[in-house]
Design a protein around this ligand. Structure first.
Ligand code: MEV
Length: 437
């Protein structure tokens, strides 16, 4: 029954034709077909809008859109929307946010949000030839981009710097034009890529003209022109700080100071060991991604950038750090990212628009601070659980809820099961046995 040959014209089929084909080809049972159908938006215009975000859409994949209240960031209160499919993440963010709001909240700063783009090219002639040409034409190159940069410049953005980079040490004849951009409140991917492609064309023409005029040997191939999702200068730094006595509430067996010492060691372990660092950072991205997705930003870009930064000294390390000095516990996160609050899905997706409204229409820099705070909050909750009760206690409660739903338990059965499994290990088989009496 599986697909036997390549399909022609798949993208032209309607959603129902695609579903029927799935049914026939993969034996998709009726209830699953109905699930796919029922997850389409009831308003055909809205469904059409969702379909336009992507291709070959047959349905929509829902993930919960939740709210984490009580975030105090630089003295301003936020309710932080999070789109996330993993249980415990919103609860963890909310608990940490509430705790830290009673202890001064999150302090956040953003460095210059510089975006990066590159024209990668191969030049087979003399290095001095393009180095000299570039230094003479750098300003003309930027000026020639005026038609594509004019409207961004009006918003305070545009090309900030451009340099020629010699990469021949890494690869024969390989050079780059490395461009720093500012994109105001937009993430700016389209703007950057448009400028880079125009720049690549202009640079190629300049090199060819100059080579012809000077009878110089060498050929130039533009290999590609594309933004880089690595923006290490566009950093957000978020921190929380408190006297250790406040931390005495987290474990009856640990004083506030003992808790802080254990916490600092756990964070140091994540800086020392890549296996632990990946999971530690995953806990940070649990919080960050939830907000990034809810605002319609590109979470793959934010993840890729953060993980590259985590490995910037050659070893993958935890992105957060913690310290204890004179009984003051400090916990901080430093992570680069590139996000926007205008353009793209941030303006096109209705729930992203709702998120930005709930966040009180932040600037891109403010959004970075909120995302960083959500990351640090989730990291705090995860490490706090790990060094005290362990994470399974909280997770198992959620796990039980999920199993009860899958088994179609009644409200009375749910209540009885929650009480019964309070001090027991939760497994699917045991819950089923309990339900069936
Ligand atoms: C689970 O999604 C995230 C944690 O594993 C993070 C961590 O270990 O720090 C709890």
């Amino acid at each position: 029954m599986a697909q036997q040959k390549a399909i022609a014209g798949f993208s032209k089929w309607s959603a129902d034709e695609k579903l029927n084909w799935l049914k026939d080809t993969f034996g998709l049972p009726e209830p699953l077909v109905r699930d796919l159908q029922s997850h389409r938006h009831q308003d055909p215009d809205m469904q059409e809008m969702y379909e336009e975000f992507s291709e070959n859409t047959v349905s929509n994949f829902f993930i919960p859109f939740g709210l984490a209240p009580n975030f105090l960031v630089n003295g301003k209160w936020y309710v932080v929307p999070m789109a996330i499919e993993e249980s415990s993440v919103v609860a963890a963010a909310s608990h940490a946010a509430k705790f830290w709001s009673a202890h001064g909240g999150f302090t956040a700063v953003v460095d210059d949000p510089v975006k990066v783009g590159q024209v990668h090219f191969i030049w087979t002639g003399a290095k001095a030839f393009i180095a000299d040409l570039f230094s003479r034409t750098r300003e003309a190159l930027v000026a020639a981009m005026e038609p594509v940069t004019a409207s961004m410049k009006k918003r305070g953005g545009g090309i900030k710097a451009i340099r020629l980079v010699d990469k021949t040490g890494e690869m024969e004849n390989y050079y780059q034009l490395h461009v720093d951009f500012r994109t105001a409140e937009a993430m700016g991917a389209n703007f950057i890529n448009t400028v880079l492609e125009a720049l690549a064309g202009k640079w190629k023409a300049l090199v060819q003209e100059e080579a012809a005029a000077k009878n110089a040997t060498g050929t130039l191939e533009i290999n590609m022109a594309i933004l880089s999702n690595y923006t290490p200068e566009s950093l957000v730094k978020v921190s929380v700080e408190t006297g250790v006595s406040a931390l005495g509430i987290f474990d009856p067996d640990l004083s506030g100071k003992e808790f802080a010492e254990k916490f600092v060691r756990a964070v140091e372990i994540a800086r020392a060991d890549p296996y632990r660092a990946v999971t530690h950072n995953k806990g940070i991205f649990n919080g960050m991604d939830g907000v990034v997705i809810a605002t319609g930003n590109d979470f793959r870009a934010v993840e890729a950038c953060g993980h590259a930064y985590a490995a910037r000294d050659g070893q993958y390390r935890g992105l957060s750090s913690a310290s204890l000095h004179d009984d003051i516990f400090r916990f901080e996160l430093e992570v680069p990212m590139s996000v926007g609050t205008v353009g793209g899905l941030t303006s096109g997706h209705p729930l992203a628009r709702a998120t930005l409204k709930i966040l009180q229409e932040p600037t891109a820099a403010e959004l970075m601070m909120i995302i960083g705070a959500a990351g640090l909050a989730n990291n705090f909750s995860a490490v706090r659980s790990l060094i005290t009760s362990g994470i399974q206690k909280g997770h198992m409660k959620m796990h039980l809820t999920n199993i009860l739903r899958q088994l179609g338990a009644t409200d009375a059965q749910k209540q009885a099961a929650v009480a019964y499994f309070m001090d027991k290990t939760v497994s699917y088989a045991d819950v089923r046995k309990f339900i069936s009496g």
